[in-house]
Ligand binder design. Structure first.
Ligand code: C2O
Length: 469
């Protein structure tokens, strides 16, 4: 343990004692950035590589187990796993317009980065391994739950899961091998050019989301938060035959599953991938309303720790870097997992027709054709939907092209659905089918561990094709 960690811990204990004696919450908080700054900077690794060091994996498992055991003995133990998980319920499973809500707005990326970091530091402290960094799940390369997070009896698998017996499909991880531009990105969301949305209707075409609060009270999923974020929650959590969802499928319980931090670790890593492009990074908000906004978490002794959104922007300041910023695990061929063939699919929850403009796009113009579905109403239950397009005159057994996926995830037992416009890049299909009428089908992906699943039709305003520069 570093000496700075020791002094911070002593201070934390003093503060906790002081606040226990007086009114709770009045004591000063500990700044997260100054806490036990680890030397050297720790490396967040792909779990597949992390797990090759058996001793390190065992320490990680033992620390999580200790936290879980503490929660079993006393659910309110601040050193317990449940108290740590509750932070997610408090900030993610609250109403859409609740000032504490960190989803559906520009806090999404920085709050989750801070949360993983706090959790990582707790494990570091408990395990005594001060080089520990929380390993991420690269779902682009590993389309099933990685072994270390799924091994029977492992504390890392000790969560309520009804994961379907299928691999995560390309669309669910935002990979479109049939479109050269999107294929190169690996995760299509990385092509998004700006961080902040100025209006509600553009939120899902931004990387960071919209300001909270905003005068229109317009909130919604940013591009990455929509997909791949949502579909992976539904996939891991899944559903049992009674329709009960697993921990990951509800923001109220999601962080009880140790894979939560590995899923968000990968999203967080992709934020760094996106920021390698200086022009994109330059669009991140510079205003105090963003930079100075403080997130507060609870340390192991119950003391509040705080960090501003601005302080999350430099991972080195937070004491970590990623082993790689490549989308796919280096040295591994990009994996392709197409969705089921037309015959094996669940019935569509919507079918509609759109006409592709005949006007050819100027070569190299960078113009993209976007399929927009407006005013999508809240689905009545959790659902992951893949969007397929094909020419209306194509045969019935033609599966069409998957152009995107979206998901409705639960928060506190109910579906959290920011009423929103959904958009999908259909450039490759639009080039191929210029001037033609396309049939759009919205097909649910199976999320049940077993048994049949069925969905009611999805209500929406209209489907249309727009052009984006
Ligand atoms: Cu705050 Cu993936 O959830």
């Amino acid at each position: 343990m570093t000496s700075s960690m020791n002094s911070i811990s002593r201070r934390a204990v003093l503060q906790a004692t002081a606040s226990a004696a007086g009114a709770a919450g009045l004591g000063a908080t500990i700044p997260l950035v100054a806490m036990g700054a680890p030397t050297p900077t720790t490396l967040r690794q792909d779990i597949v590589n992390f797990a090759k060091d058996a001793a390190r994996l065992a320490k990680f498992e033992a620390a999580v187990k200790e936290m879980q055991d503490r929660s079993k003995a006393n659910p309110n133990d601040p050193k317990g796993w449940l108290v740590n998980a509750k932070a997610h319920a408090d900030f993610c499973s609250v109403g859409l317009t609740d000032p504490n809500q960190v989803h559906f707005c520009w806090w999404f990326l920085s709050w989750h980065r801070a949360y993983i970091t706090v959790t990582e530091r707790k494990i570091r402290e408990i395990s005594g391994d001060n080089t520990f960094a929380y390993p991420y799940w690269n779902w682009s390369s590993d389309r099933r739950i990685p072994k270390a997070y799924a091994k029977a009896g492992s504390p890392l698998a000790n969560a309520v899961r009804f994961t379907p017996n299928r691999a995560v499909t390309d669309g669910e991880v935002d990979y479109f091998p049939s479109d050269p531009t999107l294929k190169k990105l690996g995760v299509a969301a990385l092509g998004v050019k700006k961080f902040e949305a100025k209006t509600a209707s553009e939120i899902n075409r931004t990387f960071g989301g919209i300001a909270r609060p905003n005068s229109a009270n317009g909130y919604g999923n940013n591009r990455l938060e929509g997909t791949p974020h949502g579909p992976i929650h539904n996939y891991v959590g899944g559903e049992n035959a009674n329709g009960d969802g697993g921990d990951m499928g509800d923001f109220e319980t999601a962080a009880r599953d140790p894979i939560f931090f590995a899923h968000h670790g990968n999203l967080d890593r992709l934020w760094e991938t996106w920021r390698r492009d200086a022009a994109k990074k330059a669009t991140e908000p510079k205003v105090d309303a963003f930079l100075k906004h403080k997130f507060v978490f609870t340390w192991l002794d119950g003391t509040p720790v705080e960090i501003s959104a601005g302080e999350t922007l430099d991972t080195k300041q937070l004491g970590f870097t990623y082993d790689t910023l490549e989308v796919f695990r280096p040295g591994v061929q990009p994996l392709v997992v197409a969705a089921q063939g037309a015959e094996d699919r669940l019935p569509p929850v919507a079918t509609d027709k759109v006409r592709v403009p005949l006007t050819p796009q100027a070569a190299g113009s960078g113009q993209r054709r976007i399929l927009e579905i407006t005013d999508v109403e809240k689905p009545d239950r959790p659902i992951t939907v893949s969007v397929y397009v094909k020419p209306t005159d194509a045969p019935a057994n033609d599966p069409g092209v998957n152009v995107g996926t979206f998901a409705a995830v639960k928060a506190g037992g109910d579906v959290a659905w920011p009423s929103q416009t959904l958009s999908f890049d259909i450039t490759a299909a639009a080039q191929r089918y210029a001037g033609k009428e396309l049939t759009v089908q919205l097909v649910p992906q199976r999320i049940r561990a077993q048994g049949a699943e069925s969905y009611t039709p999805l209500k929406y305003g209209q489907m249309r094709i727009i052009t984006e520069q």
